[in-house]
Design a binder for this molecule. Sequence first.
Ligand SMILES: NC(=O)c1ccc[n+]([C@@H]2O[C@H](COP(=O)([O-])OP(=O)(O)OC[C@H]3O[C@@H](n4cnc5c(N)ncnc54)[C@H](OP(=O)(O)O)[C@@H]3O)[C@@H](O)[C@H]2O)c1
Length: 270
Amino acid sequence: MGLLEHRVAIVTGASAGIGEALTHDLAKQGARLVINARRESKLQDIASAYPEGQVSVLAGDAGDPDLSVRLLDHALATFGQEADLVVVNAGRGLRGSVTDSNTEEWEEVVRTNILGASHLMRETANRMAKQLPDPASEPDAFAAQWKKIVETGGPSRDIVVLGSTVGRHISPFSSMYGSTKFAVNSLAEALRRQMAKHGVRVTLIEPGIVRTEFQESAGYEMEGFGAFMDTISPVLTAEDISRSIMFAVTQPPAVHVNDVMIRPTRQEYP
Ligand SMILES: NC(=O)c1ccc[n+]([C@@H]2O[C@H](COP(=O)([O-])OP(=O)(O)OC[C@H]3O[C@@H](n4cnc5c(N)ncnc54)[C@H](OP(=O)(O)O)[C@@H]3O)[C@@H](O)[C@H]2O)c1
């Protein structure tokens, strides 16, 4: 029996890289999933690897303010239960600093990485808080249900947010992208503090350099960046990050791995 058979997950940015690897790991552990990204055909290919009905596709732009509601409603309508594991992963990089990055891309980066992530964190947190009685106004009812969850091993409620090492350590070379991850890192930690009393885990994952489609879509000059990656090789794979996320979300409900920073062993900085 899979570790996640009773859980319903949503993964954004699931058509490639970390989101794709995580979709496979979650599905192999029996989770039912709604997967999202803009490229619907890639999502359909991924879903088709699993039994009919286990992985449902909802394509759309993560920067669309309505998407978070649609994703959560879709999970409930498809699986008859609210999502209890939501992975806020869709995002993109941007080559360059405040002085030399392409200003025409600023809006999309901010819209996807900060606003899209914030909408999904907000909607998910509000719904997850309502899945148990309010600990402030109904402390006894909350305590009874929380005790049962702890004793029976679930269900946990998880919001996993993809930040970055450049959301904690300033990198002047990718400062516009880094600034969006500083925002995401702080929003995730703030939400963790807010949701802890409800028994909801908000987990921040801060990867260093992971070889995915990210580098090309950020517009990195691949000859130079490839040479840099060679100096710290091997860099991380999407599967390495997925493994860390799986570790966090399969802990017992009363155990929370708050924050995982994961770099290639030979990456000093950022
Ligand atoms: N790779 C790294 O070195 C690294 C390091 C630290 C943090 N991260 C973070 O990890 C997350 C995943 O990155 P990755 O490395 O897996 O990158 P990736 O291979 O480029 O995958 C990004 C995913 O996000 C989706 N996406 C991008 N913009 C979207 C939008 N507006 N609406 C919906 N989906 C969108 C893409 O799908 P579509 O194109 O089909 O929409 C794709 O599925 C990102 O938040 C990134 O910032 C990555």
